[in-house]
Design a protein around this ligand. Structure first.
Ligand code: AHM
Ligand code: MG
Length: 335
């Protein structure tokens, strides 16, 4: 039973039995994420003070400049997960290929793979705007005792056993689900402890916020254009309010608390939108469904899509159930 002010450590132990495989391995994995989150939080918080801003000179597989903090966050998560020997494989938005983790005695016995975006929205760092980490956990499908293969990573989002995000905002929060609702923990930076501050988070069924990069309007499909016009029309609770930070974790976190829809549709210039199915859409969709919301690519639930590539992109509509359904209606009408 979730109790406010419970520490994350206490919560993990108390809720371990809720998890059907319950060997303690998943709990240890969440613990490792908690630790890495504190390391990254420390770095993000001092970003304005030390010379760790700006590009690291590399480009990632999507051809984007990597910020130094992207590299730092990626390393912190990978090192923590490898040192603790609790996953058999790691896929990261910042790495071209997945990493095989041999584990204790090099025996490939670990059961979980993790996929992550170690620092999402990193273009916001230079201007002191919130960024986040997103993670997604699956049980491997290949037999233990053998090295992981790409199959273990290309599972539909429906197979996730846990997913979460860390938001490095005005306060730092870790929000996650193991398929039993969504709970949010706020970091007390003075003592480095996460406390349960947002038990059982739920998207309001209906909301009045829409979040989309409207600069791309001309390139959007007609259904999206029509839905945006609907959001702006005068009627009952409309026009809606437009709020777009351009930091997925922050936009979705706000919409989950206040009620709203986030959209990154396909466009005439990006045929699958921008967001990555495995590192961004799937974990956010799992959290959203667990919080009573809805997430789709405009037609099909995100969690039902069969991934074909590690770095594949997908259009993304996510948020309060009734708002996403309305957007889907507009999409269906202009097929
Ligand atoms: P990133 O993984 O390169 O940081 O990109 C993902 C980010 C999301 O956090 C955000 O919602 C989106 O890109 C913003 O994109 P745009 O600037 O095109 O609106
Ligand atoms: Mg990202």
């Amino acid at each position: 039973m979730a109790r406010k002010n419970q520490t994350l450590g206490e919560f993990i132990i108390e809720n371990q039995s809720e998890f059907k495989y319950s060997s303690g391995e998943l709990s240890r994995l969440i613990n490792a994420i908690r630790l890495a989150a504190k390391v990254v939080n420390h770095q993000v918080n001092k970003a304005g003070l030390v010379d760790i801003l700006g590009g690291a000179g590399d480009t990632n597989i999507q051809g984007e400049d990597q910020q130094k903090l992207d590299v730092i966050a990626n390393d912190a998560f990978i090192k923590t997960l490898i040192n603790r020997e609790i996953v058999c494989g790691i896929g990261s938005e910042e790495n071209d290929d997945f990493i095989t983790v041999e584990g204790h005695n090099d025996d490939h016995q670990n059961k979980y793979v993790i996929l992550m975006d170690p620092l999402d929205g990193s273009s916001n760092i230079d201007v002191n705007v919130s960024v986040g980490t997103i993670f997604s956990i699956y049980r491997r499908i290949t037999p233990s005792g053998t090295p992981v293969t790409i199959e273990d990573f290309l599972q539909p989002g429906r197979n996730q056993v846990a997913a979460g995000y860390i938001i490095y905002g005005t306060s730092t929060m870790l929000v996650y689900t193991t398929g039993h609702g969504v709970n949010g923990f706020t970091l007390n930076p003075a003592i480095g402890t996460f406390y349960l501050s947002h038990p059982n988070m739920m998207f309001p069924e209906e909301g009045t916020i829409y979040s989309v990069n409207e600069g791309n309007y001309t390139h959007f499909p007609q259904g999206v254009k029509n839905y945006i016009k609907y959001c702006q029309e005068e009627s009952e609770n409309r026009p809606y309010t437009s709020r777009y930070i351009g930091s997925l974790v922050s936009d979705i976190h706000r919409n989950m608390i206040k009620g709203g829809i986030y959209m990154y549709p396909k466009s005439s210039v990006n045929s699958n939108g921008k967001l990555r199915l495995l590192y961004e859409c799937n974990p956010m969709a799992f959290i959203t469904e667990q919080a009573g919301g809805k997430a789709s690519d405009g037609y099909t639930p995100i969690l039902d899509l069969q991934p074909t590539e590690l770095h594949q992109r997908a259009p993304f509509f996510c948020g309060s159930k009734k708002m996403v359904e309305k957007a889907e209606d507009f999409m269906a009408k202009s097929l």
